[in-house]
Design a binder for this molecule. Structure first.
Ligand SMILES: NC(=O)c1ccc[n+]([C@@H]2O[C@H](COP(=O)([O-])OP(=O)(O)OC[C@H]3O[C@@H](n4cnc5c(N)ncnc54)[C@H](OP(=O)(O)O)[C@@H]3O)[C@@H](O)[C@H]2O)c1
Length: 319
C-alpha cells in the first residue's frame, strides 16, 4: 500500500486512520484488540484517540479508549510500528465544560495520556478544540516543552477556525515553537461546506496533513439507515436523525449506484471519495466488527473514476 507523507513531518502514514472513540463505548476491550490487530495486519498504522474518550458513556470517566490502546500496545505490537495520535483540551469533568489548553493543564494531561497509553511518547498530540481563554503562545510553549522532553513528536489541531489555525502557525514561526502539522476537521460526503470553504485551501497552502473525522457520518454513509425505523440498528442511531432528509437520501442513492457499478459497499465508496479530495491525508473512521473494518480497508484500493466523483459531488452539493 502506498503511504502518504503526513504534512511537513517525516512520518509516512497509510491513508486510513482507525477512530478510537468506539473503544470502551460500542466496542469492549477484547473486540478492540482484535480490530486493532486486523487493522495493523492489513498494513495500517495510524490510530486516533483522545484523553476524553469515551466519557459520554454513563459509567465511564474518560481515558477508557487510551487505556485499551495502551493495553493492546503491551500485548506485543512494536511501538514504532504504529502512529498514536491523541488529543488534549476537551473537558474531562462533567461539572466543568471548559476547553482547556493552558500550560498547566496540558502538562498534566500529557502525563496522564502517556500513563494510560503505556508509552514514552505520543506521535501526534492534538489540541482537541480551540481555547480562546488561553494565549496561543502559552499553549505552544507547553507543546515546545513536551517536544523537547521527547514526550511528543508532532502537534496537530482539531476543530480550529481558519483564523485561529493560521494565527497559531504564525506564532509558531515567530517564536520558534513547534507548529501544528495537521488539522482534524469534520468532513465527509454529507458535511462538506465548512471544511471546503476556507479550511481546505488553508491546509493546502500551509502543507498541513488532514485527518478528517466522521468519515462515515457516524455510520449514515454506510447506507444502513434509510428511515426512522432503522435508527435502532445501532446504539448510535439517535444521532443519525439529522441526516435523514432529501439531501441525505440523495447522497445514499448516488452511493448505491456507484457501489453497484464497482461491486462494493457504500462505506467503501464514501472513504474512496474522501481519499480523492485534495489535501486529505487519512480519513478517520471506526468499525465495531471485522466485516465493517474490512469494508473500510477495501476503500484504499478503490480508485473512483471521474464519472463516479461527479455523480457523488452532484448528489452531495449543498442545497
Ligand atoms: N476531533 C474531534 O472532535 C472528533 C469528533 C468525532 C470523532 N472523531 C474521531 O473520528 C473517529 C471516527 O468517528 P466515528 O467513529 O464517531 O464515526 P464514523 O467513522 O463516521 O462512523 C463509524 C461507525 O459507523 C459504523 N460502521 C462502520 N463501518 C460500517 C459498515 N461497513 N457497515 C455498517 N456500519 C458501519 C460503526 O458503528 P455501529 O456499528 O455502532 O453502527 C462505526 O463505529 C472517532 O473514532 C474519533 O477518533 C474526532
Amino acid at each position: 500500500m502506498e503511504k502518504r507523507t503526513f504534512g511537513k513531518s517525516d512520518l509516512q502514514v497509510a491513508p486510513l486512520a482507525f477512530g478510537g472513540n468506539v473503544f470502551g463505548w460500542t466496542v469492549d476491550e477484547k473486540t478492540s484488540f482484535s480490530l486493532l490487530d486486523q487493522f495493523v495486519d492489513a498494513g495500517f498504522d495510524l490510530i486516533d484517540t483522545a484523553d476524553v474518550y469515551s466519557r459520554w458513556v454513563p459509567e465511564n470517566q474518560g481515558g477508557e479508549s487510551e487505556t485499551i490502546i495502551g493495553n493492546w500496545l503491551k500485548r506485543g505490537v512494536k511501538r514504532e510500528r504504529v502512529i498514536i495520535a491523541t488529543k488534549v483540551g476537551s473537558s474531562m469533568s462533567a461539572g466543568n465544560p471548559r476547553k482547556n489548553l493552558s500550560r498547566k493543564y496540558i502538562r498534566q494531561a500529557a502525563e496522564d495520556s502517556l500513563r494510560r497509553l503505556r508509552t514514552d511518547y505520543i506521535d501526534l498530540y492534538q489540541s482537541h478544540y480551540d481555547d480562546p481563554e488561553t494565549p496561543v503562545e502559552e499553549t505552544l510553549q507547553a507543546y515546545d516543552e513536551l517536544v523537547k522532553a521527547g514526550k511528543v513528536r508532532y502537534i496537530g489541531a482539531s476543530n480550529f477556525s481558519p483564523a485561529r489555525l493560521s494565527g497559531s502557525l504564525r506564532v509558531s514561526e515567530e517564536r520558534n515553537y513547534p507548529a501544528y502539522i495537521s488539522l482534524q476537521p469534520e468532513y465527509n460526503l454529507y458535511s462538506r461546506a465548512v471544511f471546503e470553504k476556507e479550511l481546505q485551501p488553508l491546509c493546502l497552502r500551509y502543507g498541513l496533513g488532514v485527518l478528517n473525522y466522521y468519515a462515515l457520518a457516524s455510520g449514515f454513509l454506510t447506507g444502513k439507515y434509510r428511515s426512522e425505523a432503522d435508527l435502532s440498528v445501532s446504539k448510535r442511531g439517535k444521532g443519525i436523525t439529522k441526516y435523514l432528509n432529501d439531501r441525505g437520501l440523495r447522497i445514499l442513492h448516488a452511493l448505491d449506484q456507484v457501489a453497484g457499478r464497482y461491486e462494493t459497499t457504500p462505506a467503501s465508496v464514501s472513504i474512496a471519495w474522501l481519499l480523492a479530495q485534495p489535501g486529505i491525508t487519512a480519513p478517520i473512521a471506526s468499525a465495531t466488527n471485522p466485516k465493517q473494518l474490512d469494508s473500510l480497508v477495501q476503500a484504499v484500493g478503490l480508485k473512483l473514476d471521474n464519472e463516479a466523483l461527479l455523480q457523488l459531488n452532484q448528489a452531495s452539493g449543498e442545497d
